[in-house]
Write a protein that binds this ligand. Structure first.
Ligand code: SAH
Ligand code: MG
Length: 208
């Protein structure tokens, strides 16, 4: 990966640890070769940190990344919650707005031609989506309902041979919340996905 682009990812606001970002990049390169011509989709972009690793892989693999987020933050990003960053609140609206940060990050990385922002509610977009995905990355709302809705709405779109990546998978409840782990288990139990790689809390699963 271009070291300048990687440095921009590492410096960007957000939650993706660099070694997990590197694994995401490798998964993107793999997926673009395995399912040529099909795009990637990320659920949960926040300020664009993970989008840089995936966007770089999309560019190098000759495809695009759809980066989906309503940019209003998850439950855990709201005031009073653990992952709230007060300076992200748009004072005119009284709600978080990460879209300006996302755009800055992708602009700085030179990835705007390869990363398409999709601004909206994940289930609303999933309900109308029809394009098979080479790679799906789930890192949206981590509550039980949002995580399972993302699983239900998006995993049917992963192409055969493509990859499903899930973030914040913690087998030990002492390390973090359950829903990302639960959907990871559902993917394995479905028989449609098998695990290929685990780096930190990132899991990379192959479709069939
Ligand atoms: N991948 C990011 C972190 C994502 S944080 C990084 O590398 O830093 C989770 C994101 O999911 C938040 O930005 C939040 O706005 C988004 N999100 C949560 N629920 C959503 C929903 N129902 N639809 C769209 N986006 C959602
Ligand atoms: Mg995450």
């Amino acid at each position: 990966m271009d070291p300048t682009v990687r440095a921009i990812a590492v410096a960007a606001r957000g939650f993706m640890p660099p070694e997990e970002g590197d694994a995401l990049y490798a998964a993107g390169r793999d997926a673009a070769a395995a399912v040529p011509g099909s795009p990637f989709l990320e659920v949960g972009s926040y300020c664009g940190r993970s989008s840089v690793w995936l966007g770089a892989a999309a560019r190098e693999g000759g495809t695009v990344l759809f980066a989906l987020d309503h940019h209003r933050g998850s439950e855990e990003n709201q005031p009073g919650w653990e992952w709230h960053e007060p300076d992200l609140v748009d004072p005119a609206v009284g709600r978080i707005d990460t879209l300006p940060w996302f755009r800055r990050t992708l602009h700085e990385a030179g990835l705007e031609p390869h990363v398409v922002a999709v601004v909206g509610e994940s289930p609303a977009v999933a309900a109308h989506w029809a394009t098979p995905l080479a790679l799906l990355f789930i890192d949206g709302g981590h509550g039980r309902e949002p995580a399972h809705r993302d699983y239900d709405g998006w995993t049917p779109h992963v192409a055969d041979g493509g990859l499903l990546c899930i973030h914040d998978v913690f087998p030990d409840p002492a390390d973090g919340g359950r829903p990302p782990y639960e959907i990871y288990c559902r993917a394995l139990e479905s028989g449609r996905f098998r695990e290929e790689r685990a780096v930190g809390s990132l899991r990379v699963l192959r479709c069939r």
